[in-house]
Write a protein that binds this ligand. Structure first.
Ligand code: KIV
Ligand code: ZN
Length: 514
């Protein structure tokens, strides 16, 4: 069996210390429980000396987490070590992590000590921490900028003093992968007692190299990787553990190591961390971004349908997602449209793919993304040349003031007819317009989400409104774009009314055919 990589999560320490608002004990426990479900090997849950709140959360987490080893951070100061041990005292097996700056910059301008004094502090604190536990991690802070001779010397002394894990942090995210890998390689070559400890790395992402540096360190012999979920952490963050884990799994051919992480929990854990920490995940973020497994271009969608391996190196199920997502937009090919129809249970003989594809493209141009209910509706009415837009906004007029109610009058074309209705509300002009539209359509709609985005800059900017509504237990999306945000809001709702109308045509056609 190839070597196991120990996954050390510091989301609740390095990650949490970088958040704009610190987390409550309850929130930290939620994250700790998600990490435990994911079978993280070790979690660093705080720096207990830093505040009574941190001490308390380490204590509470220690009472709850049973299957992941708990670790707390301490400076090379007796009081820090005592407090860290006290916070974890309910446990009989825990890790104390002591750290000390070893680069010239940190030694002289931060700690104002020479190297011999630093070595003494490290040895004394490791020996002191041993009274509480045998599991001691020692970090050479700013190791990436520490001279290799000093690094080798302090690592050798730390191991002799009893450190069982030696952590080599690239604290400021300065090194490049080949350079960082070489530091680990030199440690293995030059430190005589190196085999008595596990070598760990802790990389920051200031140059976007954190994951690359961690992988390079594995190739040189590191067997513990530190990082955080979603890469949260000081400044540009830490190595994103989900990326490290999936690289280990996907490139076993080269790395020749393994992990015991429950990868199916990755997606869920990432969402929990993102929500609780209020740190949104960019759509294109590796592994966990919403676009990481969705395919948009026609060529890619066609390739995926022929063989997922064409454009997919990781199957989304591994991280706990359902399946690849083919976004149906005007760039989608007919293969993607046919595939979606097949997934919805339609046989080829039940619709005409050529006609469906033409009307699909027209709708996609107008709407952007085409959803299942649109496609279903188009399939039933594709004998018409034009995508039918039953409702069309003809005119609206709104009056509102900061102190009073808002009033809207709306004229809507409905097929061959035209209707005008008005409504008054204390909830502002958009609500007044929506009430008037609902009076005309007769659809009883529940607005679930309303989002407004500015498209473009300055006075030429357009307001895009995206809404999500529920109608008879089905969800419908609508988009409206205009320079006037009331108009874009109205258009988004008219967009929804048309989707509902088309869905109703499907039901009518089905009933007729029975
Ligand atoms: O980045 C760093 O050096 C750290 C240490 C405390 C390990 O976070
Ligand atoms: Zn760090």
């Amino acid at each position: 069996m190839n070597d196991k990589i120990i996954i050390f999560d510091t989301s609740l320490r390095d990650g949490e210390q970088a958040l704009q608002a610190s987390l409550s004990v309850k929130e930290k426990i939620q994250i700790a429980m998600a990490l435990e479900r994911m079978k993280i090997d070790i979690m660093e849950v705080g720096f207990p000396i830093s505040s009574p709140g941190d001490f308390n959360s380490v204590r509470e987490i220690s009472k709850i987490i049973k299957n992941t080893k708990i670790c707390s951070l301490a400076r090379c100061i007796k009081k820090d070590i005592d407090v860290a041990a006290d916070a974890m005292s309910v446990l009989h097996d825990f890790r104390i992590h002591v750290f000390l700056g070893t680069s010239n910059l940190h030694m002289y301008s931060k700690l104002r000590k020479n190297f011999d004094e630093i070595v003494d502090m490290a040895i004394n604190s490791i020996k002191y921490a041993k009274r509480y536990t045998n599991d001691i991690e020692f970090s050479c802070e700013d190791a990436g900028r520490t001279s290799i001779d000093n690094l080798c010397r302090i690592v050798e002394y730390a191991i002799s003093a009893g450190a069982t894990t030696i952590n080599i942090p690239d604290t400021v995210g300065y090194t490049l992968p080949h350079e960082f890998g070489n530091i680990i390689k030199l440690l293995y070559e030059k430190v005589p007692n190196i085999d008595k400890a596990t070598i760990s790395v802790h990389c920051h992402d200031d140059l976007g190299m954190a994951v690359g540096n961690s992988i390079s360190a594995i190739l040189s012999g590191a067997r513990q990787i530190e990082g955080t979920i979603n890469g949260i952490g000081e400044r540009a963050g830490n190595a994103a553990l989900e990326e490290v884990i999936m690289a280990i799994i996907s490139r076993q051919d080269i790395l020749n190591v393994h992990t015991t992480i429950k990868t199916k929990e990755i997606s869920r854990t990432s969402k929990i961390v993102s929500q609780i920490c209020n740190m949104p995940i960019p759509a294109n973020k590796a592994i966990i971004g919403s676009n990481a497994f969705s395919h948009s271009s026609g060529i890619h969608q066609d390739g995926i349908l022929k063989n997922r391996a064409n454009y997919e190196i990781i199957s989304p199920e591994i991280i706990g997602l359902k399946a690849v997502k083919l976004n149906l937009t005007s760039r989608s090919g007919r293969a993607a449209v046919r595939h979606r129809m097949e997934q919805m249970g339609y046989k080829d003989s039940e619709y005409n793919i050529d006609k469906l594809y033409v009307s699909f493209l027209k709708l996609a141009d107008k709407k952007g993304q085409v959803f299942d209910y649109d496609l279903e509706a188009l399939a039933f009415i594709n004998n018409q040349q034009e995508t039918p837009e039953y409702f069309r906004l003809e005119y609206f007029n709104v009056k509102s003031s900061s102190s009073g109610s808002a009033n809207a009058s709306v004229t809507l074309v409905c097929g061959k007819d035209i209707f005008t209705e008005s409504a008054t509300t204390s909830n502002g002009p958009v609500d007044a317009v929506y009430r008037a539209l609902h009076k005309i359509s007769g659809y009883s709609i529940l607005l679930q989400k309303f989002q407004l985005f500015a498209k473009g800059k300055g006075k030429d900017a357009l307001g895009q409104v995206d809404i999500l509504v529920e109608y008879q237990n089905r969800k419908f999306h609508g988009i409206g774009l205009a320079t006037d945000i009331i108009e874009s809001s109205a258009k988004a709702m008219v967009n929804v009314l048309n989707s509902i109308w088309r869905a109703k045509q499907v039901i009518l056609t089905l009933n007729k055919n029975i």
